[in-house]
Design a protein around this ligand. Structure first.
Ligand SMILES: O=C(O)C(=O)[C@H](O)CO
Ligand SMILES: [Mg+2]
Length: 258
């Protein structure tokens, strides 16, 4: 039976961020994920999680300065000390929030720059993070982002991400498959999940092409949820979608699973 986490960055946006925890719990979720905890003291977030009986299953390292086009610092040559300070800060938050998986963001490769240099920096920084997180049983996931959401992100294909995960070669580093991006970039999702089985540690879902509830569009998610069960995937599936109408009105699809 698949386990779903509400993504509080994209769902329940009818409410201010700190009120989304209660809304998710009232809708029946027992777990949540979100993009970034760093805007709040960890104690404030912990209180929301505890008050509503929620488990935090994923957050990301910092995106950096979005006004300057940054979307992750860990692959950026010359930014290693900022990246590692953020990796350290993410560990503090993960320990305080009892979160066992962190998405270590890579970054955007500006036009004309050498991809391989950015990959080497990402490999080095993720190895640093993996070795630092391992004694705390904290895992790292790396997520490919399609050009639709983030042009020139270090990796768009799941197979490219897998190659880097293998090169990083740490037992606590795996792929995060966002099936929205995966359908757009790689397609052939059944074979993708079969090929990557054992190499992914987190899944996210949204309909394609509109990024709404996973009960519409070109992908048959019921089939994929069954496939994930058959493959023995026991991790979380994050609902990183933008509700078509209100969040609550769009939750019929999840009722059999909650
Ligand atoms: O954009 C996505 O799909 C994500 O999951 C990230 O959290 C950030 O890019
Ligand atoms: Mg995603």
């Amino acid at each position: 039976m698949p386990k779903f986490a509400a993504n509080l960055t994209t769902m329940f946006t009818e409410y201010p961020f700190l009120e989304r925890f209660k809304a998710a719990a009232q809708a029946g979720f027992r777990a949540v994920e979100f993009l970034s905890p760093f805007e709040y003291p960890a104690s404030v977030l912990k209180q929301e999680l505890d008050n509503h009986g929620l488990q935090l299953v994923l957050f990301n390292t910092t995106v950096g300065n979005t006004a300057k086009g940054e979307w992750g610092l860990n692959a950026l040559p010359g930014r290693e000390s900022d990246a590692r300070a953020n990796i350290d800060l993410a560990l503090e938050y993960a320990l305080a929030l009892n979160c066992q998986t962190i998405h270590v963001m890579a970054g955007v490769v500006p036009e004309g720059q050498q991809q391989y240099l950015y990959e080497q920096v990402q490999v080095d920084n993720v190895r640093y993070a993996a070795d630092k997180y391992a004694p705390h049983n904290i895992s790292i996931v790396l997520e490919a982002l399609s050009d639709v959401v983030k042009p020139n992100y270090l990796y768009a294909s799941q197979y490219h991400t897998l190659k880097l995960v293998k090169r990083i070669n740490r037992p606590n580093v795996s792929v995060q498959i966002d099936l929205f991006h995966a359908q757009i970039v790689d397609g052939n999702l059944t074979h993708l999940l079969q090929n990557l089985n054992g190499h992914f540690g987190h899944i996210q879902v949204a309909s394609v092409p509109d990024r709404h509830e996973p009960d519409d569009g070109e992908v048959n998610f019921t089939y994929l949820f069954n496939l994930l069960d058959q493959l023995g995937y026991s991790g979380w599936i994050g609902c990183e979608y933008i509700p078509k109408n209100t969040t609550k009105a769009g939750l019929n699809w999840i009722k059999p699973y909650l």
